[in-house]
Ligand binder design. Structure first.
Ligand code: UD1
Ligand code: CA
Length: 502
């Protein structure tokens, strides 16, 4: 059966998170490239609620600003100075339209592995059983710290007792409250007005709603789940990395099941917003972050980190660091390439070894194979940039643009001093400093004729290893010259005494 749309999901995120020991509010820490509260909102959106509210207090402005970007339709509800999960929920209800009816789900902003599928299961069980409250529970080998589920003699849920308020006998209970619930909206609102703060922590507990509903003769149910990861919250950075690793394990496994080869899942990191095509192969130590989109048959890695990079079908990217770049179909990048924002490599193009690119549009089939910086440039199609060239884009104050046409062949060790244009089909010689535009089809050369100052090392660097090497080379050349010198004419029938046989 499918349950009706829930009236609301309320995400509690007002808690302090002191154990993170961070200037950043806890729920703004991220795993898988998404904040903790972002994960909570994404799961909540998965059940398509009519309203979604996030309760904030600690780090309020930062958290609210983040949510406004992540999910502009989410309602920000401010919790007042009254503490506790019950009060937080009440503040959310106050921020939502009055007279809400149907189901209200409550989740936590610091439980990032919860899946929409699990919330759907909770909602369906809640509606099917006609319960006023259904709580997700789990059985833990070590339940310490959690609220415990109290069961009546007939096995039904009688209430929840917090660890701090529990008797020794109650602390033996291993079934815990996950903090994830489905409520009937009207029951929830009314019961919260009856919840007090008479407990060890002096807080208004949401958990008290279960006992109140039960005492009214309403049905309270437990929805036991096996996947404990989905109920685990982040309290410190050890848990943050533990849950981050598990999230990644799940993401990588999902992509493998969807047709991606991952050679080493343990060293492969894929963010939640990444998409991968079929028959992608990912070699070890590869990280794909942000909204990267990878086409079919792409080979990535080893040792590659890509953030917000789009790659066309059949490209190969090896030992590369890339950020906000586009790589065309069938192109090759790396090893040891650095692609900075605004890099756009056309189909079957090449960015090779020790090449750095920034704001550079490199056309289809064009190649920048070796040891080169291409910054603020447009290169046409099927051009080749010689090894060890620099697009000199910066005069110390302004950044300027270089344009290279199509089918150009620029020599090795060129400097393109921007702004400058090289026309279609033009060539440049090795070592050219291109300061003036090169017309289409021209060969540009401006290197001064080479002068060799003979004996300079002997004169100016006497006694050095270089001078000794030069002297030895001169002596060897002199000896070779005397041996080769024709003492008799070459057509002489008789070789002189002592002349070499070969
Ligand atoms: C709560 C439950 C406990 C359960 C546990 C599961 C209550 C009284 N107890 O305990 O039964 O086993 O979660 O993790 O509900 N929050 C607010 N405002 C507040 C207090 C908390 O928004 O005033 C938010 C926190 O940001 C957090 C969530 O509620 O996301 C849980 O708060 P936390 O302090 O961790 O609750 P526990 O005491 O651990
Ligand atoms: Ca907690």
């Amino acid at each position: 059966m499918t349950a009706p749309r829930p009236a609301a999901v309320i995400v509690l995120a007002a808690g302090e998170g002191t154990r993170m020991k961070s200037a950043t509010p806890k729920v703004l820490h991220a795993i898988g490239g998404r904040t903790l509260v972002g994960h909570a909102i994404a799961a909540a959106r998965g059940v398509d609620p009519e309203h979604l509210a996030v309760v904030v207090r600690h780090g309020r402005d930062l958290v609210a600003a983040h949510i406004a970007v992540f999910d502009p339709d989410a309602v920000i509800a401010d919790q007042d100075e009254v503490k506790g999960t019950g009060r937080a929920t009440e503040c959310a209800l106050d921020a939502l339209p009055a007279g809400l009816e149907g189901s209200v789900l409550v989740t936590y902003g610091d439980v990032p592995l919860l899946e929409a599928e699990t919330l759907r299961g909770l909602l369906e069980a809640h509606v099917a059983s006609g319960s006023a409250v259904t709580v997700i529970t789990a059985t833990l080998p070590d339940p310490s710290g959690y609220g415990r589920i109290l069961r009546a003699a007939d096995g039904s849920v009688a209430g929840i007792i917090e660890q701090k308020d529990a008797t020794d006998a109650q602390r033996e209970i291993t079934e815990i409250n996950s903090g994830l619930y489905a409520f009937d909206a009207l029951v929830l609102r009314k019961a919260l007005t009856q919840v007090g703060t008479d407990n060890v922590q002096g807080e208004k507990y949401l958990t008290d709603v279960l006992g109140i509903a039960r005492s009214q003769g309403l049905r309270v149910s437990a929805h036991l789940i096996q996947d404990l990861w989905q109920t685990e919250g982040v309290n410190d950075r050890v848990q943050l990395s533990r849950l981050g690793a598990e999230l990644n394990r799940r993401i990588v496994e999902r992509w493998m099941r969807a047709g991606v080869t991952v050679v080493d899942p343990a060293t492969t990191w894929i963010g939640v917003d990444v998409t991968l095509g079929r028959d992608v192969t990912i070699h070890p130590q590869t990280q794909i972050h942000g909204a990267s989109t990878i086409g079919d048959d792409v080979v990535l890695g080893p040792d590659t980190t890509l953030t917000d990079v789009a790659i066309g079908n059949g490209a190969a990217v090896i030992r590369t660091h890339g950020f906000l770049a586009v790589i065309g179909a069938g192109a090759t990048v790396g090893p040891f390439s650095y692609l900075r924002p605004g890099t756009e490599l056309g189909a079957k193009g090449k960015i090779g070894t020790f090449v750095e690119t920034k704001n550079a549009q490199i056309g289809a089939g064009s190649k920048v194979p070796h040891l080169t910086y291409v910054g603020d440039a447009t290169i046409g199609e099927h051009s080749n940039i010689g090894a060890s060239s620099v697009f000199v884009n910066y005069d110390g104050v302004n950044k300027m643009h270089t344009t290279i046409g199509s089918h150009c062949r620029t020599g090795s060790d060129n400097m393109f001093v921007a702004p400058v244009t090289v026309g279609d089909g033009a060539y440049t010689g090795a070592g050219t400093v291109v300061r003036k535009d090169v017309p289409p089809g021209a060969l540009s050369i401006n290197v001064a004729p080479q002068r060799n100052l003979l004996g300079w090392v002997h004169d100016k660097r006497a006694g050095t290893a270089s001078a000794r090497a030069a002297a030895a080379a001169a002596a060897a050349a002199a000896a070779a010259a005397s041996e080769d010198s024709p003492i008799v004419p070459e057509d002489s029938p008789v070789a002189p005494e002592g002349s070499p046989s070969a």
